[in-house]
Design a protein around this ligand. Structure first.
Ligand SMILES: Cc1cc2nc3c(=O)[nH]c(=O)nc-3n(C[C@H](O)[C@H](O)[C@H](O)COP(=O)(O)O)c2cc1C
Length: 151
């Protein structure tokens, strides 16, 4: 099973840490979304898409890249994110989920964890979720990705 992980990580590199941990656990290729080419998607059986959450959705660069992907026919995909408030994933993941469905992907799972957030007032307070993603978050991410890559 060939897995590809595409990510955007622009605030603190939080999502990059998660993407790389998932890739190492599954033997996946791990590529910043700006470098993803259609043939990489075509060659994968499972594709992960993730970024930090910005104003209640994935990063614009990831959403825009997904919107331009060639159509697939039920290829398995998963969504991941890091966020100040990851409990909001059911709302935050909606926009990406819809774009992936429009391109013909089948969503096999979703993962979210805390990421250091120093945006606006949180920065003035010294940031929230200091130290995240931490070892436990990374362990959970590995377990999640391995579970999907096995299926
Ligand atoms: C401009 C901006 C907007 C953000 N909006 C949200 C948000 O709506 N909800 C949330 O939970 N976190 C929000 N965050 C926090 C980020 O999602 C969090 O820090 C994430 O881990 C960043 O990932 P990255 O370092 O991989 O880019 C925001 C951060 C920034 C800088």
């Amino acid at each position: 099973m060939k897995t590809l992980i595409c990510y955007a990580s622009v605030h603190h590199g939080n999502t990059k840490k998660i993407a790389e941990a998932m890739a190492a656990a599954t033997g996946a290729d791990c590529v910043p979304v700006k470098d993803v080419k259609p043939d990489m998607i075509a060659g994968a059986d499972l594709v992960g898409f993730g970024s930090g959450i910005y104003f209640s959705m994935h990063h614009r660069s990831l959403l825009d890249a997904v919107a331009t992907l060639p159509k697939v026919n039920g290829k398995r995909a998963f969504i991941f994110s890091t966020a100040g408030f990851p409990a909001g994933k059911f709302v935050f993941h909606r926009a990406l989920k819809k774009k992936l469905a429009d391109r013909g992907f089948e969503i096999a799972g979703e993962f979210a964890c805390k990421g250091l957030d120093t945006y606006a007032i949180f920065g003035k307070l010294g940031g929230i979720n200091k130290g995240h993603p931490d070892e436990r978050d990374i362990q959970n991410a590995r377990k999640f990705a391995k579970g999907l890559a096995k299926m």
